[in-house]
Structures are given as structure tokens and as C-alpha cells.
Design a protein around this ligand. Sequence first.
Ligand SMILES: C[S@@+](CC[C@H](N)C(=O)[O-])C[C@H]1O[C@@H](n2cnc3c(N)ncnc32)[C@H](O)[C@@H]1O
Length: 225
Amino acid sequence: MHSREVKLAAYASKIAREDPILARVRRESDKHRKTHGCDVHPSDPATGRMLDVLVRATRARRVLEVGCGLGYSAIWLARAVPLGGRVDTIERDPLHSKLALRNFKSARVHNRVRVLRGDAVSVLSKLKGPYDFIFEDATFGERPRHYGDLIRILRIGGLIQFANWFPLEYAVLGGRYLAEWKRQFPPGNAPEKTRRFVEDVAQDPKLSVLLIPHVWKGLATKLEN
Ligand SMILES: C[S@@+](CC[C@H](N)C(=O)[O-])C[C@H]1O[C@@H](n2cnc3c(N)ncnc32)[C@H](O)[C@@H]1O
């Protein structure tokens, strides 16, 4: 993202009313990434608030997350579901799921959250659903291998939020922006791969798809099986 967007995103996070428990889990996630050398990038508070608003507005009761990390976004989701609602969150790294469970206890949402341990491809192939709301936060810069299963278990009228469509920005702007990406991340072609994935999803006749520029999230609701 560029400086204008960074400033605006920081402002959106500032007004998101993240409480001290969430702030601590977010800090812990950032610290953990640096020491563990993994890919736990916690959502920012504005994304947490976006999850909260969408889950409440759609009255989602069965929520699925792919990519639990240390539990930051799952806490937002668990607080947003109504009484009797459930959040399932998939995580393949055993240390992450252990730390997340501890965070769910300290946030007092452990009765509403279940961590499904293992790789998303194998966990999702066994899930029946239907889920009202899905947050995909495990895949970056490519089409998730588990895409077909995500759509299969989303109920008709349910909503899916794709967290990591931001490399698309570099593909769409092209030129010096794309050159900047290539300087920072020499191997791989995340912007073009993300673009192909996004355009594919946008053409899926089973979905109605919205790309939110600037925050670079994708939202899709399911129309039919
Ligand atoms: C970006 S972090 C998730 C952050 C979390 N949603 C939050 O906002 O705090 C991605 C997580 O997904 C997990 N992950 C990545 N690929 C996965 C896969 N194929 N199956 C299961 N977990 C995966 C990683 O171990 C990591 O914990």
C-alpha cells in the first residue's frame, strides 16, 4: 500500500474500538511472527471491526475461519456471533493453535470457538457446513487450493471474505508499482496470480462478488449450488 492508503487505513483502525485484550493478542501475534519466523500477520483493528459488522449484520450463526494464527480475528468473530453461535477456525501450525486456545480462554470466548487442527485442504474436505460466513485468511498471492470446498460449504446467501487481495493493487496499477513489488519480493508473482484468482472468482456464476479497493478485501455471497 502507498502512503495515502497507509494513513487512511491507520485512521480506520484507530476508530475501530479495539479493546485491551484484542490489542494484547495483536501485539503478541506480531512479536511471535518475528521470533518464530512464520506468517502470522494478525488482521488490523479495522478488519476486525469489519468482520464484527458483517457477522452481526448478516446474523451469521455458523462462522468459519481459515488461518487462525494466534486467534486475533477469531476473537472478533466469536464476539459477534449471537448466543448459540459457533466459530470454527482452521490452523495447521500446532504452536499457533495452542497459543490461540490460550487467547480464547483469556478473552472468554473459548466456549464458542473450536480450533480445527491440520491443513485447510484436508480439514475442509471433511467439513459439511453449511456456514453462514467464512473468513479466508490463510492464503496469500494465489488461488487457495481449498477454494472449491469453501464454496461448497458456504450456504446460499452466505458471505465469504477474502483477506489478502492486496497484491492485486500492484498488478492493476502496473508500471512503477509493479516494479516496486518486484524489488521487495523478487521471486514469485503474487500480483499476477492474485489478479487471475480475483478475475476467476468474479466470473463464478455461483457468486456475486465485490472487490473493496483501498482495503483490498473481496466479498462474495453465494447465489446457487
Ligand atoms: C495471516 S495468519 C492468520 C491471522 C489471523 N487470522 C488473525 O487475523 O490473527 C495465517 C495463518 O494461517 C495458517 N495457515 C497458512 N496456510 C494454511 C493452511 N493451508 N492450512 C491451515 N492453516 C494455514 C498459518 O499457520 C497462520 O497461522
